[in-house]
Design a protein around this ligand. Structure first.
Ligand code: ADP
Length: 281
């Protein structure tokens, strides 16, 4: 049965399922002269409908983790369980958004989204209706829906790729730096749109980012990874009501959470804080 038609998960107020990442680690080049540990075995037990971010410096293994959770890359150790069942191959009831929109250039924006239903041979009327609803909620006009990706701004393209990820109302949403290529203002808006959409269906979310503010602003829980090979050095529960404001600076507690993360990165040498020199010497 298609996820669009399946209403069985709505009674709990969430479409999300439990996502268990159990001692999942990755060594590239096992059996070669130079194996490389990209990610230390890591465990995260994500509850149905929970929004969890993983934040860490570049190269610490975040994307590797996401690919393993999606079932697109084989872990060296550990297992991923979705709704209690070990993942065997690529996850199916999932939406994925990468930094690169990965839209097909020869399909219009709406046809890129509708393709999700066509591939799965679903009845298309509800898929079309859902596509219209998502475009409307993401501020994509009917004329934008008929344009090709190269005729859209970067922010619009990324909104289309968010619509594509959510069109079949997946149980799990995986995102890897989805707003990394957007300008600051577009980033704020799309982040807020994402929160609103997530609050409607409450899929289980794993969000990968190197933006501390974005992780703290969006999440119920943030895991902080060390530099390579990544391992969890902090776990923060962000107990701030939703919807959160567009300008996260309005909530002082969020700045406190961010500071805790930056302090870890300063201690580990990921960022340096030099004292500011003032006046003539
Ligand atoms: P992040 O997303 O945190 O920036 P990645 O998960 O992309 O980090 O990469 C972690 C480390 O693993 C990096 O040093 C990267 O070069 C290495 N790596 C990623 N993919 C491969 C691969 N297929 N083969 C070998 N090394 C890889």
């Amino acid at each position: 049965m298609s996820a669009l038609i399946d209403t069985s998960k709505q009674a709990t107020g969430t479409r999300g399922v439990r996502l268990e990442i159990d001692q999942v680690g990755k060594v590239f080049g096992v059996g070669t002269a130079a194996p490389f540990e990209a990610l230390r075995p890591l465990s995260i037990d994500i509850q149905p409908g929970e929004f969890v971010s993983v934040v860490g410096p570049s190269g610490c293994g975040k994307s590797t983790l996401l690919l393993m959770v999606a079932g697109l890359l084989e872990p060296t150790t550990g297992v991923v369980r979705v709704g209690g069942k070990p993942l065997n191959g690529a996850m199916t009831d999932v939406g994925i958004v990468f930094q690169d929109h990965l839209l097909m250039d020869f399909r219009t924006a709406q046809d890129n989204v509708l393709l999700q239903g066509i591939i799965r041979k679903l009845p298309m009327a509800p898929v079309r209706e859902r596509t219209r609803e998502l475009f409307d909620r993401l501020g994509l006009s009917p004329s934008a829906a008929k344009r090709y990706p190269h005729q859209l701004s970067g922010g619009m393209r990324q909104r289309v790729s968010l619509a594509r990820a959510l069109v079949l109302r997946p149980s799990v949403l995986l995102m890897d730096e989805p707003f990394g290529a957007l300008d600051a203002l577009t980033r704020l808006q799309v982040r807020s749109d994402l929160e609103q959409l997530w609050m409607t269906d409450r899929p289980t979310v794993l969000f990968i980012t190197h933006s501390v503010e974005e992780a703290v602003g969006l999440s119920d829980r943030v895991l902080v990874l060390s530099p390579s090979p990544g391992e969890v050095i902090e776990e923060l529960h962000i107990a701030i009501p939703r919807p959160r404001p567009l300008a996260l600076g309005e909530i002082p507690a969020l700045a406190d959470y961010s500071k805790r993360i930056y302090d870890h990165f300063a201690r580990l040498g990921v960022i340096h804080r030099e004292p500011i020199k003032t006046g003539a010497s």
